[in-house]
Design a protein around this ligand. Sequence first.
Ligand code: ZN
Ligand code: ZN
Length: 493
Amino acid sequence: MDRFVPTHHYQSTQPSGEPRAGPPPTSGELGVLIKRLRSQTEAIYRHSYDASTWLARGQTLAKLGYPELAVGDGWKAELLVSSTLNILISESATSAIALPAWKLGYRMGFWMSSAPEGGADAELRRRDEEQRDMLCQYLAQTQGKARRLMEENLCLWPELETGKYIRRRYPWMRKEYGRRDDPLVELINDEFSETGQACEVRRHAFGHGTKDTSDVLGIFATRDIAANDTILVDYTRTWGCNGPGTDGYAANLGGDQGCGNLFHPNAGLTIDLRWLRDAAGKDARCCLLVARMLLCCLEDGASHPLAHHLVARLTPNYSGQHVHYFSLLNDIALPNTFLRTQTSIDIFANRAYDTWVLFTIQARIFNNTCGNPMAECLMPLFSLFNHSCEPNVLWGMGVDHRTVTVRAARDVKEGEQLFVEYDGFMADETLEVRRRKLGKWLEGPCACTRCMREEQEKQQASERVDEKIEGAGWDISKGQLPVFPEDQLKLKN
Ligand SMILES: [Zn+2]
Ligand SMILES: [Zn+2]
């Protein structure tokens, strides 16, 4: 948003066919809106605590078709207004006699005493009260507009504070945040060698293609590995567990008996995240995982969260038109509240933690996690394995929710790529069902050895059926329907 990007790079995240706040912009309007977006972003970082700047940019984002980002800016505008209004209202209730009144410093979000030292000037007090009333009215109006902006972009409102969007790469993101550079690949290989030296990451994992394939990574065996041997024990700092909340209640949020480890919702010994677990409900594990990832970026002093090695190594799946839900609470309010109250980040003034950055991190995290209804983990090394429907390695998560162990499913030769199965419940599904389910992670249909073999078998079977039709002299185009024994029909499924 703070970088020049040609108009044709902008692609809305608004799902087609969903209600939107207004008609999509014409190509002429698009140029104007994009210019406006840049200048409004600059205004935000000049006057970070001015609700009207956030509101204005949120309205532009809504027109451009970024509902999740419009809601993010609306939420920040609303937060600024309501905290100011709360002070004003409590001031006017308690200071009817003892003014000084307070005025909003111009676009600064702080308050200045307007009455002179020891001032008892009645006229001045009356003017201050008038100004305060006017300010209250203005803020209430802004608050109303911010709420409307959020509601208009949460397409399931008022039933749920939830909207829909398509995950896309935001056009203003810097190129260097979108690919794995050589120092990062080296760092990952150092991590692999520390865990047992059985495998490493390599570029061009599926060979050199016509497009640049250097960012296609895969994990390869660096020596012969016998069936059942442990290849890797991966341990993570970024995970989330629906463990006990502030009341110590150990039942799983889904209603079943859950994790009873009182420390699991926390990060280390010092950061209590149980409030996040309580606020997020059954999706707490995902919110805790995002919070822990943000914490890693801060603890490690990353120049930008997208440059942190744990975030930078992950790829999102931006292909296709898959519609995702976003929640005002879990995807916007809670991560921002966590940053605001438990870290040193100023969510209004620090552009490195803008809403689009949070959504980019989330898209990368949730394309790479493993877990169960109780825990969600982002493993630093395990997440880099590619998928196969006939994997040569098996994996299992430890009861600590932080460790994944990878074993050889069969004898593996040095130099072979190591594959895992992304969805452990998929093995018995048909080719079509597997490919449909894998669309969540893969760009294009799965091209693993099993899928390619089954595709070829289907193709051959269908050719055999076509030959029979021709041999029998039927002309299907004239409505002559052949009848086959049941077993042959099955081939067509
Ligand atoms: Zn747990
Ligand atoms: Zn496959």
